[in-house]
Design a binder for this molecule. Structure first.
Ligand SMILES: [Zn+2]
Length: 316
């Protein structure tokens, strides 16, 4: 197979609260949104100078939190959509995608294992969003939690593209129930019988997995696969990032807006905008070096590019 000479880059951001990485807020600690309020404008400013081979700026896919925790705190699942409405409206106008990001777990008690309850949470969340205003076609389920019935409900709700999968990731504990071990790295139409793989009976939507690279932080005994987060420390991921760019035709990155405004010492996350820039520089520079063009796209745009055969999909 001749290598694809274009790299499609989808920069996605989970608009989570500042403490997204903790299982629940500490006693007395309030849920805060400095990342959404200040981190998003700062991120946009940080990457403002980049242009793809067609001269177009970075296109973002913003996954906006919308779920029972927000209803509990503010009386409405769609609080974040409404609170920051001018931001989402402005970003839609410039060509970004506004997407749906429900957390289907209890932020205090942990995992919810009842499928009926999960489906109800998903439907409640979706009905709270103003679909006409935001034209929601794309979802990402929090903590990468998914199962056959949730994937089916997403398709039924009219979601065309989902980006929840983390190929190769397995994590099962009090707060996580993830097994994407069998999932391909390319986009695929999930099987009705097993949401993690392509299959004959399909749920109607396209799964666009997050791109995974091998990383080794100081606390890892051996390298492990993690999603491409543009705020990871550049010196830890640059080599793997460049390898990924050379070998693939689609790069789906993820980050959280608090990662450019919160000050924190972390072995893997830099919490510095300079690393976001260095990582984007590495992507652009590697494309230039191997004579590959770059095109910035939204996650939903992967759908038509797969249909046209421009981006390779995984088949069963
Ligand atoms: Zn989230």
């Amino acid at each position: 197979m001749t290598p694809n000479k274009t790299l499609f880059v989808a920069v996605s951001v989970d608009a989570d609260d500042d403490g997204y990485d903790r299982h629940s807020s500490l006693p007395g600690e309030k849920v805060s949104w400095t990342g959404v309020e200040k981190g998003i404008p700062l991120l946009i400013e940080t990457l403002a100078g980049y242009r793809d081979s067609g001269g177009c700026p970075v296109k973002y896919t913003w996954f906006v939190r919308c779920d029972a925790q927000l209803k509990q705190l503010y009386g409405n699942e769609a609080h974040l959509f409404e609170q920051f409405e001018p931001l989402w409206a402005e970003r839609s106008i410039v060509g970004d995608e506004i997407a749906w990001h429900p957390h289907l777990y209890d932020h205090d008690a942990g995992l919810i294992n009842d499928n009926v309850a999960l489906s109800k949470l998903l439907r409640n969340s979706f009905s709270a969003v103003d679909k006409n205003k935001y034209n929601i076609r794309t979802s990402r389920l929090g903590r990468s939690i998914c199962n056959n019935s949730l994937m089916f409900v997403l398709g039924e709700l009219g979601i065309r593209t989902d980006s929840t999968a983390m190929p190769g990731k397995v994590k099962k504990d009090e707060f996580n129930m993830i097994d994407w071990s069998s999932t391909p790295e390319q986009p695929f139409k999930p099987s009705y019988n097993d949401y993690r793989v392509p299959g004959a009976n399909q749920t109607g939507l396209l799964e666009v997995p997050m791109s995974m690279i091998s990383t080794q932080a100081s606390y890892d005994r051996t390298p492990i696969k993690r999603y491409i987060n543009l705020s990871f420390k550049n010196d830890l991921i640059e080599r793997a990032l460049r390898n990924f760019v050379r070998e693939n035709d689609l790069l789906v990155s993820i980050m959280h807006p608090s990662e450019v405004v919160i000050k924190c010492e972390h072995p893997l996350l830099s919490f510095e905008k300079k690393d976001v820039k260095r990582n984007m520089d590495a992507i652009m520079d590697e494309c230039l070096r191997v004579d590959k063009s770059v095109r910035f796209i939204t996650i939903n745009e992967v759908n038509s590019l797969v249909e046209k055969g421009v981006i390779n999909a995984a088949n069963n």
